[in-house]
Design a protein around this ligand. Structure first.
Ligand code: HEM
Length: 117
């Protein structure tokens, strides 16, 4: 079970790499406002959600006690990110504050995931 959980944690991290990577690579264009939702951002957010729920299930099956409050906060933030990237995924340019918020929320979730014990 540990190997399986570790593999899903790895997929979970690859998901955030895709989401945040698509955002970070456009950071330089934020000053001109020439930013859009990269496909990797939508796919990364979806991977995060799916692997996150699988990790909850695997940990519960393994009798590992998870911090449910932390999981709920991460889920709410991720659902907001997922909705935000999904509805604007076809637009060629999106408003700067909208784009900035997606990256800031993602980074907030990384901080929550790594510092909240
Ligand atoms: C953008 C959103 C998210 C980010 C950046 C994120 C990040 C992470 C990171 C870095 C880890 C490894 C931490 C460690 O092993 O100490 C992790 C583990 C985990 N994540 Fe997420 N996560 C996100 C969303 C979610 C969601 C939505 C769920 C559940 C529905 C979830 C469930 C879990 C579980 C169960 C683990 C393993 C147990 C734990 O360490 O708490 N994650 N996440």
């Amino acid at each position: 079970m540990d190997v399986l959980i570790n593999l899903f944690v790895a997929s979970h991290i690859i998901g955030v790499a895709a989401l945040l990577g698509g955002w970070l690579t456009q950071l330089k264009s934020l000053s001109t406002g020439d930013v859009r939702i990269a496909p990797s951002m939508v796919h990364g957010a979806l991977v995060m959600l799916v692997t996150g729920f699988i990790l909850v299930g695997l940990n519960e099956a393994d009798d590992v006690e998870l911090n449910q409050t932390k999981i709920s906060v991460k889920s709410l933030i991720l659902i907001a990110i997922l909705v935000a990237v999904f509805i604007k995924r076809k637009e060629e340019r999106i408003p700067k504050p909208y784009f900035a918020a997606i990256g800031l929320l993602t980074m907030a979730n990384v901080v929550i995931a790594t510092t909240w014990t």
